[in-house]
Design a protein around this ligand. Structure first.
Ligand SMILES: [Zn+2]
Ligand SMILES: [Zn+2]
Length: 260
């Protein structure tokens, strides 16, 4: 199993000389199985960086439909997915509202929007989802590859501290023993108190979730729009002292190979 990160930034695409190394594009992630199966999660502006790998006619899963997770969708026209899945089920309606004149001049190509039963099987990959705390709702995804034993859980846009102990336990059970946990680390621990209810976690929350789940590696994503390369370097150093497997990935270029 290979994991490709198109964009690691949260909330808004950003640019600037102090944000070149970690990238400015918002979240999109591709999982590719040994048998060639492709699972694309979210279509933030970073999905453009994944287009060269994508085959047309695939399946695109959405964690939720906040703008930073759908804004890159029109850029997929030449590799348009056959199926678009949002677990809560109203994806066609929401996308028709966003990508229609005069908000956007081009309407999206046709696709299937039916929500299938879990797990969804895609060429040797098995996809399941789990609800998490976030304004308007959001889902985490787990992708397993039974043939190799590889697994990844994607939990961006999750407010760990707002989840009751039972909900944290349920998440930990969902993510149990995963090879790679991709988790929201938008805020610094010192920033969180002023942003309760915004739907995001801190790197310390991400470490707590990784420990509870028994995750081996941890990618801390959804970097705050204003967080500079230097600030992320410092953050990575502090967080690594706490949890050796944590990485603050660089969007557009980050890849990981699991169990090959
Ligand atoms: Zn987001
Ligand atoms: Zn969101």
């Amino acid at each position: 199993m290979k994991v490709f990160l198109g964009g690691a930034r949260g909330s808004f695409p950003v640019s600037g000389a102090d944000k070149t190394r970690y990238g400015g594009n918002t979240f999109a992630l591709l999982v590719e199985g040994r048998a060639g199966g492709q699972v694309l999660i979210d279509a933030g502006s970073g999905v453009r960086a994944l287009r060269h790998r994508l085959r047309p006619g695939g399946t695109l899963f959405f964690t939720h439909t906040h703008l930073d997770h759908v804004v890159g969708l029109p850029s997929l026209a030449k590799v348009w997915p056959r199926r678009l899945i949002l677990p809560r089920g109203d994806l066609a309606t929401v996308l028709a509202r966003v990508f229609s004149p005069p908000v956007w001049p081009v309407t999206l190509p046709a696709a299937e929007f039916a929500v299938p039963q879990v797990p969804v099987e895609i060429d040797g990959l098995r996809v399941a989802w789990h609800p998490v705390a976030h304004p308007n709702g959001c889902h985490a995804y787990r992708i397993d590859e039974p043939a190799t034993g590889a697994s990844v859980v994607v939990a961006t846009d999750i407010e760990w501290a707002a989840m009751a102990p039972g909900a944290q336990d349920a998440f930990a059970a969902f993510a149990r023993g995963v090879d790679l946990l991709v988790f929201d680390a938008h805020f610094l621990p010192a920033e969180y108190a002023a942003h309760k209810g915004w739907g995001h976690s801190t790197w310390a929350d991400a470490v707590a979730a990784a420990r509870r789940s028994g995750a081996r590696k941890l990618w801390a994503v959804h970097h705050a729009p204003g967080r500079t390369d230097a600030a992320l370097d410092a953050l990575a150093e502090t967080a690594t002292a706490e949890f050796k497997g944590i990485v603050f990935p660089r969007g557009e270029t980050m890849t990981e190979t699991l169990h090959e």
